[in-house]
Design a protein around this ligand. Structure first.
Ligand code: ZN
Length: 272
């Protein structure tokens, strides 16, 4: 993961000595936040912005004895080396990756094997590394998905602690794995890495009008449906009833519209 320059945090919370989690574990508070990140959105321990998660996701992974801490304001911390899973700075509720507090391990934050990556289909990092490094599979993300089935699940909003499909970080893992690959017949790593990026290249912007989104959970459900269909950089505005995405070559737009309809959201393509 690329290092991001940090700046001095000006948050008033900078006075707090430590971050205390639901089970009473303590972690040192970040002295600096990632540049440009609003303090409310920043992980209090690593200072980087995470990803907003809905209560349903947190409920699926938080141990039931801490369900009294559930709420709608949680974020998930992506930072690999950071011990925090969920944080809600407004309520000062923090959940670490410690199995005292959560029921799931997040592969990217783990060093011990097996490291779960795709939760829907039970694919771990070791399986992906084996396919890439020893068996020589996979010059593209699609290959990886075909060989390992990672990234093709449908239930990530509850099965994956981060609330999103592992496609969001699969490429990062494959690139890491390629760099170590022992397969000699493979083209140079740079070439393959370039091809992996090129997979994402031919994308066209699509605007959607989406009806029937009443709450944040609807927004997450719509985002998940679009991402699973192959949409990238998906953005959903619940109050406006609209979404934008970038369509990769394999995206079947009519099918996506049908899937949205089946899920209870009327949808049509708009010009923007
Ligand atoms: Zn963090």
């Amino acid at each position: 993961m690329a290092l991001i320059p940090l700046v001095m945090a000006t948050a008033t919370s900078g006075r707090d000595p430590a971050v205390r989690t639901v089970a009473g574990l303590e972690f040192p508070r970040a002295e600096q936040l990632e540049a440009g990140v609003e303090p409310a959105k920043a992980c209090p321990v690593c200072g980087h912005q995470g990803r907003r998660v809905i209560a349903l996701t947190v409920t699926a992974h938080l141990r039931p004895e801490y369900w009294n801490a559930l709420g709608d304001g949680f974020w998930f911390c992506w930072t690999r080396e950071c011990p925090i899973f969920y944080y809600d700075n407004a309520r000062r509720v923090y959940v670490s990756k410690d199995l005292l507090e959560v029921r799931s391990r997040f592969g990217l934050k783990e060093s011990e094997v097996p490291r779960p990556i795709c939760y829907c289909l039970g694919v771990n990092a070791e399986r992906i590394f084996d396919e890439v490094e020893n068996k020589g599979c996979c010059d593209s993300l699609e290959d990886v998905e075909q060989y390992t089935r990672a990234g093709t699940g449908k239930w990530c909003v509850t099965t994956n602690p981060s609330g999103v499909c592992c496609r969001a970080y699969l490429k990062e893992l494959v690139a890491e794995s390629l760099a170590r690959s022992s397969v000699e017949s493979r083209p140079p790593v740079e070439e393959v890495a370039e091809r992996l990026s090129a997979d994402e290249a031919p994308r066209s912007p699509v605007g959607l009008k989406v009806g029937g989104m009443d709450c944040e959970a609807c927004g997450v459900a719509v985002t998940a449906l679009i991402e699973h269909a192959g949409g990238r950089n998906v953005r959903v505005w619940v109050p406006d009833g609209r979404a934008t995405l970038e369509a990769a070559a394999g995206l079947n737009l009519p099918q996506l519209l049908r899937e949205l309809t089946d899920a209870g959201y009327s949808s049509e393509v708009t010009s923007d």
